[in-house]
Design a protein around this ligand. Structure first.
Ligand code: Q0Z
Length: 275
């Protein structure tokens, strides 16, 4: 039974479990394009599973099985245990970009965390910071929260655990990726509680759909960075004169093939495994 259809993933209930299915859909500028990228769902599913293993010493995760799923979804679906999801989007940032950069230029702080003056767009932060946001209803945008807001909502001990866990996941992920020439600028993690109230890592983790991946070789602060995964699609789509409102343009075969290769390259560089 379908319980939630996201832009690029679908969530089904199966008895007590959930089944998360990653599609081959791709979105740019928040618009899902009509042309799928073959294997994108499988690549991101395998990458997420690889990270769950890497992070297992930090906290347990929601994975029940990657094989006990309906045959048509094998390779791009994960059976997971249903958790009581935390109503905070837990974001860690190691670099200043997106809404974090916008907030910094206005106030010198991001989510209540004061930053040194003089930072420029895409700069590396002195240390990674926790920049939580509210979980907005579908269609609306998440809004920034301060750590005090998280304390008010979740209590001090759980707020600290959410922050510390999010930062530990980011630090581990960013360190592994950096060793392979990839900058993970920021990431969003979804945490839930099991029956005993213990925190469990859910959803997808450290994928290019939940994080910003940049090529370390071309990183240069002072301007926006190219997205390692989607830049080929973005550049082609804007080059057509598309105004970034739905419907998005259908992609030519060459753009599809290059983007598919890009996702596979990201998987291979990070995991060291061949696709
Ligand atoms: C994840 C989402 C997706 C659309 C709910 N283990 C869990 N327990 C309870 N809830 C969730 C999970 Cl993963 C849960 N989402 C996000 C995933 C499609 C939305 F595949 N929503």
């Amino acid at each position: 039974m379908l319980i939630h259809s996201g832009k690029v993933r679908d969530l089904y209930a199966d008895g007590d479990d959930l089944i998360m299915v990653a599609s081959d859909r791709v979105s740019v500028y928040d618009v899902v394009l009509p042309t799928p990228i073959p294997d994108k769902g499988a690549v991101l599913t395998r990458l997420s599973l690889w990270w769950f293993d890497q992070l297992a010493d930090i906290l347990p995760n929601h994975v029940v099985s990657a094989t006990d799923v309906p045959p048509e979804w094998v390779g791009r679906a994960i059976r997971c245990r249903r958790l009581d999801m935390v109503k905070v989007e837990c974001v860690a940032r190691g670099y200043l970009t997106g809404s974090g950069f916008a907030e910094y230029t206005k106030s010198g702080a991001v989510c209540g965390v004061a930053l040194p003056p003089g930072l420029v767009e895409s700069d590396r932060l002195p240390e990674p910071i926790f920049t939580p946001t509210t979980k907005a209803p579908i269609g609306e945008h998440d809004t920034a929260m301060t750590f005090q807001d998280v304390i008010a909502q979740e209590g001090e001990a759980d707020a600290r655990a959410l922050r510390d866990t999010t930062l530990e996941i980011y630090r581990r992920g960013a360190e592994v990726a950096r060793g392979r020439g990839i900058i993970i600028a920021d990431t969003k993690v979804e945490l839930g509680r099991d029956r005993d109230g213990g925190f469990v890592l859910a959803d997808e983790v450290l994928t290019p759909d939940s994080s910003r991946f940049w090529d370390a070789a071309t990183w240069a602060p002072g301007r926006p960075q190219d997205s390692l995964d989607k830049q080929i699609v973005r550049d082609w789509a804007t080059g057509t004169g598309w105004d970034k409102t739905p419907p998005g343009p259908a992609l030519p075969d060459e753009i599809v093939a290059k983007t598919r290769s890009r996702y596979i390259e990201v998987y291979e560089r990070i995991t060291g495994e061949s696709w």
